[in-house]
Design a protein around this ligand. Structure first.
Ligand SMILES: [Zn+2]
Ligand SMILES: [Zn+2]
Length: 288
């Protein structure tokens, strides 16, 4: 059993504005006292967290999260080493940014368990929609899914307007861990799509039950692993591109002799054949 446990979870629940700072301080102490690492976002609409630590500490964290919301889904994986450098608890306007205050999820809405999702994939007349950003879709997606080609999640509603998907089809939506779909689904409903479903627990939840299933490739994650493979193990294929933060699999040797993986987009720019922003700046400085 690898030494580090990782869990992701979110809950939409009303948190009082005046209570956020207290909750933040309490969670900071909670993590500091136990050596947790990770990123926790708090907003009046809820909490969104990915944390890593010893298995028993992660169990304690889950208990604390269940005190906030009894019916919360955890997506679990493991790694040989910490996947975050520090412990941060931040107060944000939203726990997932769609930049539309009217899209506020309340309770589970049209969720499909991974088993129900797997079943529905075989049905006729369905459209699978990937609610993630293009750079995530590029390294792995459900077979046959529509890629909106967006650079950031808040572009999703405008994409729905442009895409004009047929309203008589069943829409199956998914993202990494489920949180983006909670709002993406409301955005679609607001535009007259009535038959829309979301994958509960997202790709991470699906892969726990169906590795080597209908999700192809690797799943981008927002921590040091960059991506996880079909078995939720840290990616051996991708590294974090130091220039743009996307998944990189082009191996280069920097002028400082360090080997580094960079993404294929950045690989087209010769100054990006460097291991870090700092080394890149050194290359650029020599050209002036
Ligand atoms: Zn890049
Ligand atoms: Zn370098």
């Amino acid at each position: 059993m690898p030494p580090v446990s990782i869990t992701s979870s979110y809950a939409f629940l009303p948190l009082e504005e005046g209570h956020l700072a207290d909750l933040r301080h309490e969670l900071i102490r909670f993590g500091q006292n136990r050596g947790l690492k990770g990123l926790v976002l708090l907003a009046t609409e809820g909490i969104n967290a990915t944390v890593c630590g010893d298995a028993d500490v992660i169990a304690e964290w889950k208990e604390r999260m269940r005190e906030l919301h009894s019916d919360i889904t955890f997506k679990d994986s493991t790694s040989e080493s910490d996947v975050f450098r520090r412990w941060s608890v931040k107060i944000k306007p939203e726990i997932v940014g769609i930049k539309d205050a009217a899209l506020r999820p309340q309770g589970k809405r049209r969720h499909l368990t991974p088993e129900e999702w797997q079943d529905m994939l075989t049905k006729e007349n369905v459209v699978i929609v990937d609610a993630r950003n293009e750079y995530e879709v590029e390294i792995g997606a459900f077979r046959g899914a529509v890629n909106p080609g967006i650079a950031a999640f808040h572009e999703f509603p405008q994409w729905v307007d442009r895409a004009q998907l047929p309203k008589n089809k069943t829409v199956m939506m998914y993202c990494t861990g489920g949180i983006r779909c909670e709002k993406a689904l409301l955005a679609m409903e607001a535009r007259g799509y009535e038959d829309v479903y979301q994958l509960e627990g997202g790709i991470l939840g699906y892969l726990e039950r169906f590795p080597e299933g209908d999700f192809e490739g690797e799943c981008f994650v927002f921590d040091h692993r960059v991506a996880v493979d079909q078995h939720l193990h840290p990616s051996l294929h991708y590294g974090l591109c130091p220039h743009c933060g996307h998944a990189g699999d082009v191996l280069i040797r920097c002028h400082c002799t360090t080997e580094q993986k960079i993404c294929s987009d950045c690989a087209r720019t010769s100054s990006c054949h460097s291991c870090s922003k700092r080394c890149r700046n050194e290359v650029l400085a020599t050209r002036v």
